[in-house]
Design a protein. Sequence first.
Length: 424
Amino acid sequence: MLVCAALIAAAQISSSTERSIVTAVDANNAAALALLEKVVNINSGTHNFAGVRAVGDVFRKEFDDLGFKTTWVDGAAFKRAGHLVADHPGKGARILLIGHLDTVFEPDSPFQKFQRLDGNTARGPGIIDMKGGDVIIVSALKALKKAGLLDQMNVVVVMTGDEEDAGDPQTLARQALVDAAKGAEYALGFEDGPGDPKFAVIARRGTSSWRLEVTGKTGHSSQIFRSDMGYGANYELARILDGFRRRLAGEAHLTFNPSLVLGGTSMDVDEGLAKGSASGKTNVIAARAVALGDLRTLSKEQLQHARDTMKAVVAEAPLGQTHATLTFEDGYPSLSPAPGNEALLVAYDKASQDVGAGRVTAVSPDRAGAADVSFISGQVKSVIDGIGLMGTDDHSPSETADLATLPSQTKRAAVLLNRLASRR
């Protein structure tokens, strides 16, 4: 995934203004790397509120120095640390930039520090998901400032503090982001996406969860299938799960996964931790069964269709002496395909080619997980994501960044921002 220096040399930037942007990015790259190391070395697991705020403080100073009006949105009301919002009103199109401060690595994780592996790679918690993307936001804005372009731009930045584990209630946890999106014509998300600079994200599947609980008549196993005893909870659960598979498996962009299944004469389920225990004797008909799972869809319409189909499976021909209840819980919404997203990708691809960083195409939405950018889908007409620091193995102790993409991704973003602001 290394960006070849020869490609950079082949840049098609023609204006002196944009050449100055590219020059400013290169001049600031050492400082950008130092900033990246600094924030990676601060633990900001979602539930380490002090750490999330500390990373927010580092970026807040960067935005203050750039002339943004910064605000810390306290997260007590939704049980999280909070969010950083940096606003820079100006002329031209309103542009929303999205990052997040938290990582999946809490203070008890052994994976805590930035480690330089060689000249082009480094490992660290959250280095690509997504502190590298946050650094690209700052570095692109610094380049625009250096080129004398930022002062007139209309930009707002939101860095959430709970992207990896959204606060509760979720509507309140994402209110600052939704509010910042009001009036925005463009939104750019700086997640690492598929980890390959040849791709960006213009559609993401949403994620939600479901819970299926079945009860049956219990008794001696020798009497199972008798009309007055029925089939027991486990058989009914199996019927329903297989019905989901038969009716829905293979539909494009739709997945549904029963991640936890329990059944027996008694059970204990901890849904918050997605674990539990069940007991039952071989000569006793199962009285209860539970399945927990997720559901991923590309649109509201697909989500509703899947839920309606699952409900129909539950209702059709239940096995004797059983009763099933299916419930759903909303999670992250989808970022549905849209003409504005496609047009923004075309503009990003052009900026990338012009700075010598190569072509960019859309990654399949099946490879793009849920992210904050989806919450403003439909509110902002043109959205792109996955344009942050590239690398591999995010969410794992092997999370590694391709440092050669730090300047190239920054140049792409800065040139795109300049063109969007001037409506080119």
